[in-house]
Design a protein around this ligand. Sequence first.
Ligand code: DPP
Ligand code: ZN
Length: 860
Amino acid sequence: PQPIHLADYRPPSHLVETVALTFRLSPGATRVLSRIRFRANPAGLENGNLRLDGEGLRLISCAIDGVALTALDYLLTPEGLTVPAERLPAQSFLWEAEVEIDPAGNTALEGLYMSGGMYCTQCEAEGFRKITFYPDRPDVMAPFTVRIEGDASVLLSNGNPGASGPGWAEWHDPWPKPAYLFALVAGDLVAHRDAFTTMSGRAVDLNIWVRPGDEGKCAYAMDALKRSMRWDEEVYGREYDLDVFNIVAVDDFNMGAMENKGLNIFNSKYVLASPETATDRDYDFIESIVAHEYFHNWTGNRITCRDWFQLCLKEGLTVFRDQQFSADTRSAAVQRIEDVLQLRARQFREDAGPLAHNVRPDSYVEINNFYTATVYEKGAEVIGMLKRIVGAQEYRAALDEYFRRHDGQACTIEDWLAVFQDVTGRDLSQFKRWYTQAGTPRLTAEWQVAGDRLHLRLAQVVPPTPDQPLKEPVVIPIAMGLLAADGTELLPETHVILDSRETVLDFDLAKMAAQAGIALPDRVIPSLLRGFSAPVILDAALTRADRLVLLAHDPDPFNRWEAGRSLMRETLMGMLTGGARDPALFDALGRLLADERLDAAFRALCLALPSEDDLAQAAHDGGLVPDPTAIHATRKAFQSAMASALHGPLAALYDAKDPGPDYSPDAAQAADRALRNAALALLTRIEGPDRARAHYDAATNMTDEIAAFTALLEAGDTDVAQRFHDRWKDDRLVMDKWFMAQITHAAPDRAVATARALTDHPLFDWTNPNRFRSVIGGLTAGNPAGFHDPSGAGYAFLADWLIRLDAKNPQTAARMSTAYETWARYDADRQDMIRAELDRIAATEGLSRDLSEMVGRIRG
Ligand code: DPP
Ligand code: ZN
């Protein structure tokens, strides 16, 4: 298949005025009747042919203005149907078609499919074309009327409910929308119901639809939904616009969730929660994903994307908004650290390898392959920088103008930036490079004290990425402060912008020292990139002593954490090359742990080590070839040393931070559990399994239960897996954790065998994406030393399963292939083995467009 290029965008030849669909549901043979009123697009640059997308549809009949078409009237291909311009009425006409589709046979989980006996849909990005013939592109927007006929008790579609009776229901969505936001659900479902009154007094019915038996697990998602609705009114002035908001939980889902207008469809993992079955982390995800999908109602649905190259227009902005919401709801500092951890783990990794691409890509073969950390997370960082640069007030003014100017439209990044330019009067042409250049910029900082002056030199380099050898400098907002060697703050937080390749800033040290009431220092410690003010890799000339000062005293919590993190990374890298540990780091961590003024969640984050993948990248960046086995062993040794050095404070925290049996997922309790369970994991390393056994037996919630479970697996307990299994074998979501934990916590030389054995387990349903990810992702992401086993068994295991899954579900197979993206870091043997597996996948007959694009890009 040929790539599609942004530069080739053409407006559609026809627009849609109204859509009316009738579904006659039947698992193997659903009939879809469409009545679509088209009109010629005055701005259409196309040839005037009517081009409709359609895949896997059995065409029963079609007509224009009531006159049936014969096969001679149109051209039908596997991708769609074209009616030549000369057969079309000039201005406006009614297209009618009847097609038959096979939801039960749809294993790709795109279009209309079945999950656990219910019908559901996933149309983003290009699933609607598997439902009926349609211009399946986001710049064609129309109001939809839908009639569903089927024997399920609940029949749902977008918008407001219309008439209904036994076996049928009608829905009308007055808001023009692109086809990717269409949704239909039919099943024997029950609702958790609530209501919301909007800021202008409109009453909205809220329903979360689940399978009978799950209705007791919806309260938290409902609470998160109501808080999100209120927050979007208060912070962005955005009000909900329909009489009803429905959420449906589905077990088989390729992604996290989908923002279909008025009918969000969720992976059940991100809806269902009870204290016994969901961890604090699950609750966190539920809150932020419910918020994310709700926020799309304005940033995505009311204003959508002109074409799929503009995906970041809705995703970057909506991730930014859900991050803001979480920061307002929980601890902002902890939220920022967690967001940056994710960004580095997924986006920096992507940006450093063969899959690097712009936040707004220039081309793609399969758009599903571009729902990436770069589009989402880096896209959100770009919005955060924009807000920092223009300021909070101007940001809000620009957003108001964006909603005013573009409501009901399908827009581009140019439209978005033009709003900011018009409202703030700033020239953002250089800032736009964040959207059009791939790669993580490297920022270096060096400084010198010269008498009573401080000279700070800042420089940036954007590294080359595939197809982009030369880069221009980007606009980097840098929040910074200055500390004296005793931790005194010399300069309150300041914002500087680096928009050239290099600059030297000059500070009046004498003045700052006088204001701080200290003698002129001969050493200062810059605290740069506070709050991680830009998604760059900072290389600052800080000594270990400097970092210890920042860890102890930086008023910016992010940089405090960052200082500890970099000290840990340095120590671990030193140990890998034969160096010793530094007791000063453990002393500093001990003081921090005991500091009750600090948020427990923050302290838990300070105890966490850089991941094995981080260390492999750090080794590669330092010109070494990472050895995954050695990295794994070194990390464990470091944890044991840390546990010994901090045994006293850890044991004290373990006793002090027990929130008791009255579970609440709120931030304060979750923080205590996070710190206590981090202490448990470390203590178990040096004490043996008794504490973890007692913790397991006493656990009254899944957060504690899984913490004890994984600590026991690490300690080599051979019985706990069976106990956990026997208790939870009937709960799919908990069993996903069971599968994953055993692989993640297997010794690396046992990991592939463990994963293989689990694929033979009767509960391993590999066609369920969550279960597939638990097991195959448990190895590739959760046990890197096992995946990179020197035998190559991990690489072959992944390839076998990708080939198998690709035939059923290309989207998830393609997504999982990114496990290979770091191949260039490793030794020649591993590189050869990975390449051989990529070649084997590529040579598979009938390989999907999704997976073949990914393999080709990874292979380079
Ligand atoms: N548009 C969806 C989301 O990110 C795709 N999963 O919310
Ligand atoms: Zn989204």
